[in-house]
Design a protein around this ligand. Structure first.
Ligand code: PMT
Length: 222
């Protein structure tokens, strides 16, 4: 299979939302899933841009990598990387970020047993890519869920107006965050309005990346 001549943008890893100079809100994403997809896209000949949150992974061969930290930075860099033929949103982007970043380390207040943090919504990168004037021909989002995986994934297909959603279960060993393996349920909207579905894995993320790109290639208009 080939993606020669096409431009693919992939997001991977977590975002870190700073609270103060020493603390942040983050998540357990290792970047393995997104890095595997970027590596597979480059092997298939695509000009591949990988927008990576803070991870400890080497850059795959043939991939142009841009490192970011926060959801706001990832949003700016991904939108800047358009136009593209394919966008794959494999990053675990924070949904909320502290309203203010303290300039000095937040201190315990004597006598106060609790600290209240006010969080505000981050921009939705996937939805903004899907509604951009330079919208890629295929926009593929992920859905990380602990329960009701299929229902939430199908909901995101419409809510974010994406072409495909790859859903994975998180919060258990052998899939989702950090693991070398994963299992994906992929959904896409057919021309007649019905929803296509394919189960991939359980398998190593490296193998799933190729299987996922096979499905992407099927969705690429000739
Ligand atoms: O990195 P690994 O350790 O290999 O783990 C892989 C993974 C579990 C992180 C990956 O397979 C995965 O599921 N990525 C998406 C995680 C996630 O944030 O899912 P979500 O259901 O919260 O978000 C849905 C989609 O919207 C995702 O494509 C996400 O990138 C995107 N999103 C979410 C919030 C936001 N502000 N902007 C976004 O673009």
């Amino acid at each position: 299979m080939s993606l020669a001549g096409l431009r693919v943008v992939v997001s991977a890893g977590p975002t870190y939302e700073d609270l103060d100079p020493v603390r942040f809100l983050g998540n357990r994403s290792s970047g393995k899933m997104g890095f595997a997809i970027a590596a597979a896209a480059a092997r298939r000949g695509a000009e591949t841009v990988l927008v990576a949150g803070p991870v400890h992974l080497p850059t795959p061969e043939g991939v142009a990598r841009i490192d970011v930290r926060s959801a706001a930075q990832m949003h700016a860099v991904v939108l800047d990387a358009l136009p593209a033929d394919v966008y794959v949103g494999a990053a675990a982007v924070a949904d909320f970020t502290p309203e203010n970043i303290a300039t000095s380390k937040i201190k315990k207040i004597p006598g106060e047993a609790a600290l209240v943090l006010r969080l505000v919504r981050t921009p939705d990168i996937l939805a903004d890519v899907a509604r951009d004037a330079r919208r890629p021909r295929v926009v593929l989002g992920f859905a990380a869920e602990t329960d009701d995986v299929a229902a939430y994934a199908r909901g995101k297909l419409d809510a974010k107006r994406v072409d495909m959603i790859a859903a994975n279960r998180v919060g258990q060993a052998g899939s989702g965050f950090e693991s070398d393996d994963n299992a994906l349920s992929v959904y896409w909207r057919r021309d007649d309005g019905t929803v296509g579905e394919r189960t991939l894995g359980p398998a190593p993320k490296v193998a799933l990346a190729d299987a996922l790109l096979d499905l992407v290639e099927e969705r690429l208009p000739a």
